[in-house]
Design a protein around this ligand. Structure first.
Ligand code: ADP
Ligand code: MG
Length: 781
């Protein structure tokens, strides 16, 4: 069965060399009861460990069933220990956190025996050692003799060919010792039993053969085996532990120290809690911002105006308003274009461009409003007489209403707000953003409205510019305002040509008001903003529809004055020379320019706005600077700032929280390390039963996985619970409702991160455990 040839095992500690085995050659038969007698420290345990494959010899050879072990790989030894050898130790080495049955089945689990066979065999083995009645007890409820019986049952369960017993009765009283020896004797009928003892009487009484051992050498052998080495007959099966077994081992181990495990999990969940809270808060804030944004976006359109400012040009400008500019160290003085003027850009809005805009997908923007900032020639009957009025909200200092020059210039300024008459999304723009205080929503292009602010104030200038006699703070009578009619006079009636070629406004207002081309506008409502977000989209004062402006442009574009202005580089009213941009504005004001002077694109939502700006940028791609069409995206400017800020804050907070996560990870590593130290014995036992290195690593990986999962889940639960007080505090502080919201996806990711990190943290100590020498592990106390 076993042939030992010149086995040597030396231990080198410092300068001294201990010859634990010093050239041992001996053969063992397939069936006999061998007792190895020797004093303490003579090398008996070393011999047994080497025979059992728990330890490696330095030189010589061990031949098992005719097979030399000189070229054995780790897995061959594992298989040998599992299938061929059973161990019984002086201190039993029962794994205390497993049940008696599980202790006995462990070796079979490693060799892949199925569940029911395993249990059946374990029960038989326990019956055989006389523990039938105690099967359901815990190891801690058994006596020493009974524990040793469990150990014997465990050794027997796989029906090994070789049973190795290292002082099996060393810790037992005489009576119990006898019982155990009888049991071992009985087992020796079917197999080779090698028992180490320092008790000569026991050896004499029970063994078939006694080998005296001293200082690593055999002194005498009562019945040497001189048979030749048999033919090779060695076929152990490879062992393998399933992850389920590893989990069970870890789980039962953890279950024995619930308090400590809970504290560990609690402490290591702090990282997850803090990240969870930070994410919940930023998630909530982001949602709030997004909600505000899309609301704001609905109101703040992307605007393309005829005359606009090149934002890039403004920013890069070498101007003193740039706060980074330093004072110059020189007395030299220079001329320079006003940076604001330099940044002025005239958008050449061509019919082609309008067509390009009309191709914007309906799914991106339901409504595009093409408004003309054409000026309106307005008259209103005040005290029975028509007089010029405006929609302007700027104070008109002219007391003389007949002062044509002053009226003319103020008239050319754009007064009032223009709102899109089309439906925006499913709803009309006005209905969506404004509610009626008095009157009704406009039905026709000639219906105009008054816009009041949140506190129902209407701009006094807007009212007085309409020729109304109203004082500051005066309470208005809505019924009197509603129905107020205002005449819009066509250019050809309003202006007359002078012999010089220049134009001046007529002064026969009565006649103008009666002209067939004159339209009548009516104030039909006083409206007020529905929410804070839409506050200020339409200026406080008069508002009219873009349809109206289009009709005016249409009727004015062929007027004499418009045609004359088209052919002149001078102002046909004042004769003054016009700058390019002044000319554009004047042409538009007179209706000579029938392309839209202001285009508003209302994105359907936040995402769609990006599609639109991208589409607009595409038009400019490759165009020279002059032909580029620049747009204003006010909502975008605001939201990109707040969004970026929020992200930055989140990164910083997550960064801090991540530090606590790393701390947790280190803690888990320490905990695992402690667990490895604590479970050294168990590692030894597992190895004795044939566990591979990989299996040992698995047991500890499983343990850290349980801890990591536990702390992840606990962390998430605590973080979620904390969102409630956090929300109530935030609500009291900011009036924002339900800010902290834990995204379920984040929760899952955090649990995964926690598990992965802790397994990583615990993996190094787990590998350490796997590398532990089994012999040393079993010697440890
Ligand atoms: P026994 O079992 O007969 O009491 P051991 O086989 O345990 O003896 O030990 C034999 C000798 O080898 C002792 O002197 C012991 O100190 C030494 N020894 C055993 N294991 C180690 C080790 N891991 N490192 C150093 N010396 C060891
Ligand atoms: Mg010993």
């Amino acid at each position: 069965m076993l042939n030992l040839q010149h086995l040597k095992k030396y231990y080198q500690v410092g300068d001294t060399t201990t010859k634990a085995l010093d050239d041992v050659s001996v053969n063992f038969r397939n069936q006999e009861f061998v007792a190895i007698l020797g004093t303490s420290g003579s090398g008996k345990t070393t011999l047994l460990n080497i025979i059992g494959g728990l330890d490696r010899y330095d030189s010589g050879n061990l031949i098992i069933n005719g097979k030399s072990t000189q070229n054995f790989q780790e897995q061959d030894w594992d298989a040998y220990r599992n299938n061929t050898v059973g161990f019984i130790f002086q201190n039993y080495n029962i794994i205390s956190h497993l049940s008696i049955l599980d202790n006995v089945t462990l070796g079979m689990t490693l060799s892949g025996v199925d569940n029911s066979t395993k249990k059946q065999r374990a029960k038989e083995a326990l019956e055989r050692v006389g523990l039938k009645k105690h099967i359901h007890k815990k190891p801690s409820q058994l006596s020493g003799g009974q524990l040793q019986r469990v150990a014997i049952a465990r050794a027997l369960a796989n029906d090994p060919e070789i049973l190795l017993a290292d002082e099996p009765t060393g810790a037992l009283d005489t009576t119990t010792s006898k019982e155990i020896m009888d049991l071992i004797k009985e087992l020796a009928q079917e197999r080779l039993v090698i028992m180490v003892t320092h008790n000569p009487e026991l050896a004499q009484q029970y063994a078939d053969r006694i080998i005296n051992f001293a200082d690593g050498k055999i002194l005498s052998d009562s019945n040497p085996d001189n048979e030749p080495i048999p033919a090779e007959n060695f076929h152990p099966r490879q062992t393998k532990m399933s992850f389920a077994t590893a989990l069970k081992l870890s789980f039962t181990n953890i279950a024995t120290k619930k308090g400590r495990t809970f504290l560990t999990i609690l402490a290591s969940s702090i990282g997850i809690i803090s990240i969870g809270i930070v994410l919940a808060l930023s998630n909530g804030f982001q949602k709030q911002i997004d909600a505000t944004q899309s609301e704001a976006l609905a109101q703040f359109p992307i605007t393309i105006s005829q005359v606009t400012a090149d934002q890039k040009e403004l920013q890069k400008g070498d101007n003193s308003s740039n706060s980074k500019q330093k004072f110059i160290h020189s007395k030299a003085v220079f001329a320079q274009v006003n940076p604001v003027n330099a940044a002025q850009h005239i958008n050449n809005i061509t019919p082609q461009y309008i067509n390009y805009l009309k191709k914007i997908k309906k799914t991106d923007a339901q409504n595009i409003s093409f408004a003309s900032t054409t000026s309106l020639n307005l008259l209103r009957k005040v005290n029975g007489q028509y007089q010029p009025v405006t929609f302007s909200t700027t104070a008109n200092n002219s007391t003389d209403a007949n002062n044509a020059q002053s009226m003319m210039t103020s008239n050319l300024g754009v007064g009032g707000s223009i709102y899109p008459a089309h439906n925006q999304g499913k709803q009309n723009f006005l209905k969506k953003n404004y509610r009626v205080l008095h009157g009704h929503y406009p039905k026709k292009a000639t219906d105009i409205v008054l816009i009041a602010d949140k506190r129902n104030h209407i701009n006094l200038n807007a009212l007085t510019n309409l020729g109304l006699d109203i004082k500051n703070k005066q309470q208005l009578q809505p019924q009197k305002l509603l129905g107020t009619s205002i005449k819009v006079v066509a250019n050809d009636s309003y202006y007359q040509k002078l012999p010089t070629g220049n134009f001046i406004p007529n002064n026969n207002y009565e006649q103008m008001a009666q002209a067939p081309t004159t339209k009548t506008l009516h104030i039909v409502a006083i409206l007020r903003t529905k929410s804070k977000n839409s506050d200020g989209i339409l200026a406080n004062g008069v508002a009219y529809s873009d349809q109206l402006t289009q009709q005016i442009v249409h009727s004015n574009q062929n007027s004499q004055i418009a045609q004359a202005q088209k052919n002149s580089t001078h102002n046909v009213l004042t004769g003054a020379k016009l700058s390019k941009q002044e000319r554009v504005m004047l042409l538009t004001a007179l209706g000579a320019d029938n392309t839209a002077s202001s285009i508003q694109i209302y994105p359907n939502s936040f995402q769609e706005k990006d599609h639109i700006t991208h589409y607009l940028d595409q038009y400019n791609h490759g165009q020279n600077k002059k032909n580029k069409i620049l747009y204003m995206d006010l909502a975008g400017n605001i939201t990109s700032i707040t969004g970026g800020l929020m992200n930055a804050i989140t990164y910083v907070l997550v960064g801090f929280a991540a530090i606590s996560l790393v701390t947790s990870m280190i803690m888990i590593a320490i905990i695992t390390y402690t667990s490895v130290i604590e479970r050294t014995k168990e590692i030894g036992v597992l190895k004795a039963l044939g566990a591979r290195k990989k299996d040992i690593t698995r047991v500890f990986d499983a343990e850290t996985a349980i801890l990591g999962l536990g702390s992840g889940i606990l962390g998430i639960i605590i973080a979620w619970l904390l969102t409630f007080p956090a929300n109530s505090i935030l609500y009291n502080m900011t009036n924002l409702n339900n800010v902290a919201q834990l995204n379920p996806l984040h929760a899952i990711i955090l649990v995964v991160i926690s598990t992965v990190l802790t397994v990583l943290g615990g993996h190094i100590p787990a590998r350490m455990a796997a590398r532990k020498n089994a012999a040393i592990a079993l010697r440890s106390e």
